[in-house]
Ligand binder design. Structure first.
Ligand SMILES: [Zn+2]
Length: 151
């Protein structure tokens, strides 16, 4: 993974552009949170739950650039075990895994984006964690898992 750590400064701007484009699309096509799920959002620390949009998809998107796409696959960031992804205030959930537990996890990532202050700031911390300690042990993933809830 050390080669990925070295590549990160170069890959980050492309990753930011990709996440921003995904967010725009989800904010355009997604649905607002229900009242119940807005309560979930508030409970996990989301400051602006009214901005959140959720889209249920069959497959999660992959970056079109080969290097970024390979990095996402190599780190386990995007793969068959990935059931949802969060892009700023945009949340994608895969159809067969669209549970409230997963939604609460992704909403904690929305909080993390808000706390970081920008997509750029969030991703530079998040991706550094992923390439240094791996997806499972990344502090922002451990934090999101701690906020999973069903009710
Ligand atoms: Zn996560």
């Amino acid at each position: 993974m050390s080669d990925l750590l070295a590549a990160l400064p170069r890959l980050l701007p492309e990753a930011v552009r990709w996440v921003e484009a995904q967010e725009r699309e989800i904010l355009r096509d997604g649905v607002p949170l229900t009242e119940r799920h807005r309560e979930f959002a508030v409970a996990v620390g989301v400051g602006q739950p009214a901005l959140v949009r959720v889209k249920i998809v069959m497959e999660l998107p992959l970056p079109s650039g080969a290097e970024l796409r390979n990095a996402a696959i190599q780190t386990g960031l995007i793969g068959s075990n990935t059931h949802g992804m969060t892009f700023g205030h945009g949340v994608l959930l895969r159809t067969e895994y669209a549970t409230e537990r997963l939604l609460s996890h992704e909403l904690r990532h929305v909080h993390q984006y808000e706390a970081a202050g920008s997509i750029d700031a969030f991703l530079s911390t998040y991706l550094r964690q992923i390439v240094t300690v791996g997806y499972e042990r990344a502090a922002l993933e451990v934090d999101a898992r701690a906020y999973e809830r069903d009710s």
